[in-house]
Write a protein that binds this ligand. Structure first.
Ligand code: NDP
Length: 457
């Protein structure tokens, strides 16, 4: 893979020519409009949403509806005074230990050399993709400590409130520090974007790729505090179920398995991830700093948290159906993502679904005055729709939620969130690609007319 990446890098370099260009328009929009400010209000609403989930799970039988009713009738002050996740020394100490461990592993473990996508400023960054080793080491340590009896495997579940508070505080502090660094000490000033709106800049970030030396802060935050924690938190809630119920349900096992496949896939393909939107286009602000440290661990584990407290019993057929749906979604997700990355790494010369791949050759400028060549794939999964990878992700998300049955909306909020997130991504990403590739993007849309679900949208 290292050779493939280096070859791809060389191919991109070779396909670059210098022309006079003053600035490019395909990066993040320059000035914030009212819609951007409205979205940035999620700085307040997203933590509130996480609080409501916690309230529902902890005090209202997992019912968001009941939690909302109680909140409305008691009023916010009374509710918060009566029910608030309790900060604890164990929570702060545990969270600090967690961050120190993940930072250390990220710094010192060896990993694959990966190259991102060229930034609007013209930078092609190198990454040390050692996430798989960090994930394996963390889980091995946790399970070994549980087996020899020095750690209760349900420790995360039992200290959830304290950890939740600590993660929130850390996420807010990290977002503020990211903002200060972006203003005063950016790693790549040609990739800094100021929108003229402090709330939007705080939400979306100003730096594209903040780094300390070669250590990439965004890759670390996206992968480690959030995604490594995802499966660890699941395991802890499964242990909690075992301790309270005396057994682990099929539904819990299915959720654990589907989450684990998604997480391990992410780390096996971490170098691919450096060429996806989170890394190549999203700046580092509250959305990613708080999102990765608090939202992801609290929200993406909702099904496990729910099932641990309110078990669901699926029969063998139901279990098989949910699992098969999840695995089908995963297969679409993985093949689609692989095809797109593979075709670019081989400069188009690949066979997909038994035929020579077809693609549209396009070009785009960067701020350093150069023009680069690229490829828009139009065969394999990328002939089915323009975001077939999102389609696979949605099917997989549906299965993760279906394991919790249909009696409660809360565990389903993950599927609705993914549907909104991926639809919104599609819209904003396509607007960016239209600016980046111009007529070639229009040509691509004519050739592959559906966005996500063929025949629907
Ligand atoms: P993609 O990996 O699909 O990246 C989109 C980019 O790919 C475009 O901006 C364009 O970038 C390039 N591109 C678009 N069409 C083509 C084509 N036909 N051929 C070649 N390149 C093309 O999107 P994401 O980064 O959003 O998602 C990656 C994966 O992560 C998806 O499977 C998604 O479902 C998943 N995901 C999961 C999330 C979660 O929270 N669980 C959140 C977000 C995503 P360029 O500028 O390089 O041309």
């Amino acid at each position: 893979m290292k050779e493939v990446n280096i070859a791809a890098n060389k191919a991109v370099q070779a396909a670059t020519s210098a022309v006079a260009i003053e600035s490019v328009s395909w990066g993040r929009a320059g000035k914030a409009k009212w819609q951007h400010n409205a979205v940035a209000l999620l700085v307040l609403f997203a933590p509130f949403g996480m609080y409501m989930n916690w309230l529902a799970l902890e005090h209202h039988d997992g019912s968001l509806w009941e939690a909302g009713r109680a909140f409305a009738s008691q009023g916010p002050v009374q509710t918060v005074m009566q029910y608030f996740p309790k900060p604890s020394v164990a929570g702060f100490a545990g969270y600090a230990g967690w961050m120190i461990l993940q930072t250390t592993l990220s710094f010192f473990l060896p990993g694959k050399q990966a190259f991102g996508q060229r930034t609007p400023g013209g930078h092609l960054l190198e990454y040390n993709a050692n996430g798989l080793l960090a994930w394996a080491a963390t889980h091995a340590l946790y399970l070994a400590a549980a087996v020899v009896g020095v750690l209760d495997p349900a420790i995360i579940a039992n200290n959830w409130q304290g950890l939740f508070v600590a993660a929130n505080i850390f996420g807010f502090v990290a977002a503020v520090l990211a903002q200060i660094k972006g203003y005063f000490w950016p790693s790549y000033s040609s990739d800094v974007k100021m929108s003229g709106s402090w709330i939007f800049d705080f939400w979306a970030g100003v730096e594209l790729n903040p780094r300390f030396g070669n250590w990439d802060i965004k890759l670390f935050f996206n992968g480690r505090p959030g995604i490594v924690a995802w499966t660890l938190i699941d395991i802890s809630w499964a242990a909690y179920q075992q301790q309270h119920l005396g057994h682990i349900t099929y539904s819990m096992l299915i959720v654990l398995l589907l989450h684990a496949i998604y997480v391990v896939d992410f780390f096996i393909n971490e170098d691919w991830y450096t060429r996806t939107i989170d890394i190549t286009h999203d700046h580092f602000g509250f959305m990613l700093a708080w999102g990765d440290t608090t939202f992801l661990p609290a929200f993406y584990t909702l099904q496990a948290q729910y099932l641990a407290r309110y078990p669901v019993y699926l029969n063998t057929w139901q279990s098989a159906l949910v699992l098969a749906t999840g695995l089908t979604g995963y297969a679409i997700f993985r093949f689609a993502n692989h095809e797109k990355d593979y075709v670019r790494s081989q400069d188009g010369d690949v066979v997909l679904w038994g035929r020579q791949a077809t693609y549209i050759r396009c070009s785009y400028p960067t701020n350093d005055g150069k023009v680069h060549s690229s490829i828009l794939l139009t065969s394999g999964w990328w002939a089915v729709s323009r975001h077939s990878n999102y389609l696979g992700d949605l099917v997989l998300s549906f299965a993760m939620c279906a394991a919790c049955e249909f009696r409660n909306a809360l565990p389903w909020s993950y599927f609705f969130y993914m549907a909104v997130l991926l639809a919104h991504r599609t819209i904003r990403n396509e607007a960016r690609c239209r600016q980046k590739y111009g007529q070639k993007w229009e040509e691509y849309c004519r050739e592959v007319p559906w966005r996500i679900v063929p025949g629907v949208w």
